[in-house]
Design a protein around this ligand. Structure first.
Ligand code: TXA
Ligand code: MG
Length: 347
């Protein structure tokens, strides 16, 4: 049965309503700096079960627990002093953070970094949310609306991206409405997610650090803080489709628009849409039925912010095949290329 989905513009009243709805076991989508999340009380198994159903997400794919980073509502940039410490304290009630995890959290929280760490026996987050694993993914988002809701709720919330499982992630309330209206209780509209690409997921256990998902914190920044290189963990998207990928959500086809996606395009076939990066030659522009540029000036930060919205716009324009120009692997390019490879994977 369809739910009436309340759509509220972000503000103090909406923050209070969102926190109350979460406490009542309801599903609330809200903006984070990366993408919009669909939140449920992490300690309420019935709410978590509804969340999996609303997204049509396979229950073997665990969720990220989001924690507060203090009570300030002005969380811009790296957050007010003390925000990282507050987030670390909140995460410490769920999981054991070793020295590597603490170092990364101190450097990047609140922000687009998710740590996969051993779950405490007394962790209030149930095994449905963590898909039965003995680890839990934890992140402290750095978006003023997300920070305010988490502070008001005063407990962990699980929040996957607020889209149908396997589809293009949402970077605006309109994207969430298009995917989930009638399936969730509330959407807090806080404008466009500034970063546009999900958090970097890093596993820290037994003195070993692995990058499970490239994201908003470039790998080089993680390596700079740790002082050594970090390997990318193999995922199911890579060649052999291992049945137990390290980040269980990283299935081959993911982030996929309706249109077919063709990578590293140097030519455009008749009728194809072009997802450009950097300057576009006249032949390419002329051949494409539609051209959207991730970043005319070739900036991977700008490209990340545009990626999911542009894929959705090309779908909305009725394009059936998207030719994607090459994006360099540097900076956020690693995360962009990861999402594009999944979008292009066989369905
Ligand atoms: O930026 C983000 O991280 C956004 C916003 C809303 O915070 N959230 C997000 O959640 O991207 P989701 O569910 O779409 O992606 C979570 C990823 C999945 O690949 C999942 O498999 C992985 O994190 N993950 C979660 N718990 C894990 C665990 N215990 N071990 C390994 N991977 C885990
Ligand atoms: Mg997702």
């Amino acid at each position: 049965m369809a739910l009436a989905t309340a759509i509220l513009r972000a503000g103090p009243g909406a923050v209070r309503e969102a926190a109350a709805a979460l406490a009542a076991g309801r599903l609330v989508a809200f903006p984070t700096e990366t993408v919009y999340g669909l939140a449920a009380d992490a300690g309420d198994d019935a709410a978590v079960a509804k969340l999996y159903a609303a997204k049509a997400r396979p229950s073997f794919n665990p969720l990220i627990a989001h924690v507060a980073s203090g009570t300030a509502i002005d969380g811009h940039g790296t957050g007010p002093p003390g925000a990282a410490a507050a987030a670390i304290a909140a995460a410490g009630r769920l999981a054991r953070l070793n020295a590597d995890a603490l170092q990364l959290a101190a450097a990047f929280w609140p922000g687009p970094l998710t740590l996969v760490v051993p779950k405490l026996p007394a962790c209030p987050v149930g095994s449905l949310a963590t898909a039965g694993l003995d680890t839990i993914a934890v992140r402290a988002p750095n978006h003023p609306v997300a920070r305010a809701i988490l502070a008001a709720f005063a407990g962990p919330v699980v929040a996957p991206s607020a889209n149908r499982s396997g589809g293009v992630s949402p970077t605006s309330a309109q994207h969430v409405i298009a995917d989930l209206a009638g399936r969730i209780d509330m959407i807090i509209d806080g404008g466009t997610s500034p970063m546009g690409i999900e958090s970097t997921v890093v596993a820290c256990r037994d003195g070993h650090v692995a990058l499970l998902r490239p994201g908003g914190i470039p790998r080089a920044d993680v390596e700079r803080v740790l002082g050594h290189p970090v390997a990318i963990a193999a995922t199911a998207g890579d060649s052999h489709g291992s049945p137990r990928p390290q980040a269980p959500g990283m299935l081959a086809s993911h982030y996929a628009p309706r249109a077919r996606v063709r990578l590293n395009a140097v030519t455009v076939a008749a009728g194809e849409g072009l997802l450009a990066f950097g300057p576009v030659g006249p032949e390419l522009a002329a051949a494409a039925c539609r051209v959207l540029n991730l970043s005319v000036r070739g900036d991977t930060v700008e490209a990340a912010a545009n990626l999911f919205g542009h894929l959705r716009l090309l779908d909305a324009a009725g394009v059936t095949s998207i030719a994607v120009m090459p994006v360099p692997e540097e900076g956020l390019g690693e995360a962009i290329n990861d999402r594009l490879r999944h979008a292009a994977a066989p369905r």
